[in-house]
Design a protein around this ligand. Structure first.
Ligand code: ZN
Ligand code: ZN
Length: 350
């Protein structure tokens, strides 16, 4: 039986934190569940999952549908698309069997590359290598999520770029239905002996997925701002996520020009977050004046997650007094009114 290899290359950068990350997790489970209902898919489809944030890794090596076990997807800072493509090309070399006089190789691999952001690493060399050596023997479909994805870079990579509409909680479940339907159709066609017809994007619009056109607008900058901090009691990390507040029409005041970010939520993190984040951090800063809303600590319930140590890191704080910085172990004294207004803090990558 010739295998049909499907690679998912998934963006797990911090802008995905919260609901999108949970949805992506569910989408992967649902794709496998739906494909298992299809006898042709069950026989041919093999799946591999590569995740990328600041660091890249294969979280599920190529496996058949029955043996597939949904992984816990990681989360990290940064969007290393170039490295993710390098990892994909390595996995194709290792996992996809070529046809030789002694064996029938695998069917042409299909890759779903899903991203909601802009690359934070260099992509030129990887894209060139993909176009020269892989584009003709693999089918890559780029899927953007939300309005901040860099469609220009993705269009250099593949002609098949689609976008999931922003703002609806249904986006990723529609993606899951579309992927399982197209992959099942592909495996059925291969099963009855047709030559590989290729995954069709024609049905995408039926489920609300639109093709990305060359004329599509450049991505909007700085939609999401995130910060990491640690609980001063439990030392556990958390992520604060803020979204740009659209400027009010007719308001030309200074605050509108500066950009205001409203709190979306605070999410507890595991230590693996730092393993998936890029080592370098950007020098960009955003003033706390630009932020609206400070949530309590998700680990201990302290009233603010926005207390700044001299080492430049954030921790939670429950009011005035002395506490130990969970990052650098320094003793920090917070007075009345500190930890709230007007200081600049280092800002994570998107
Ligand atoms: Zn805490
Ligand atoms: Zn410190």
């Amino acid at each position: 039986m010739r295998r049909l290899p499907i690679f998912f290359v998934l963006d797990v950068s911090e802008s995905m934190a919260g609901e999108p990350h949970a949805q992506l997790q569910r989408a992967m489970e649902s794709i496998v569940e739906q494909l298992r209902q299809d006898p042709s898919a069950l026989e041919t489809v093999h799946i591999s999952i590569i995740a990328f944030a600041g660091q890249v890794g294969t979280v599920v090596p190529m496996v058949d549908l029955i043996s597939f076990y949904p992984p816990r997807l990681p989360l990290g800072g940064g969007t290393a698309l170039g490295e993710a493509l390098d990892e994909l090309m390595t996995r194709i070399e290792v996992d996809v069997k070529k046809t030789s006089p002694n064996q029938r190789g695998d069917w042409e691999p299909v890759i779903y590359l899903l991203t909601d952001g802009r690359p934070t690493d260099r992509t030129d060399a990887a894209i060139k290598r993909w176009r020269q050596h892989y584009a003709s023997r693999a089918h890559l479909i780029a899927v953007t999520l939300g309005g901040a994805a860099d469609t220009q870079v993705l269009k250099q990579l593949t002609d098949d770029a689609v976008s999931l509409d922003n703002g609806s909680g249904e986006d990723l479940s529609r993606f899951a239905r579309w992927v399982s339907a197209s992959v099942a159709a592909q495996s059925q066609a291969l099963d009855v002996g047709k030559n590989a017809p290729g995954i069709s994007l024609a049905k995408a619009s039926d489920v609300g997925i639109s093709l990305v056109k060359d004329s599509d607008a450049a991505p909007v900058d700085d939609q999401v701002v995130v910060f990491t901090g640690r609980c001063h009691r439990h030392k556990k990390p958390y992520l604060l996520k803020y979204n740009a507040v659209p400027p009010v029409p007719g308001n030309f005041g200074a605050s509108a020009a500066q950009g205001i970010y409203g709190l979306e939520g605070v999410y507890p993190l595991g230590e693996e977050y730092f393993e998936w984040s890029s080592q370098s951090s950007t020098n960009a800063t955003v003033s706390s004046d630009q932020l609206e809303g400070v949530p309590p600590c998700p680990h201990c319930g302290a009233v603010t997650t926005f207390a700044l140590c001299g080492c430049g890191k954030l921790m939670c704080c429950n009011g005035p007094g002395q506490q130990t910085c969970p990052w650098c172990d320094a003793n920090v004294v917070f007075g009345q009114g500190s930890g709230g207004t007007g200081f600049d803090v280092g800002r994570g990558q998107g």
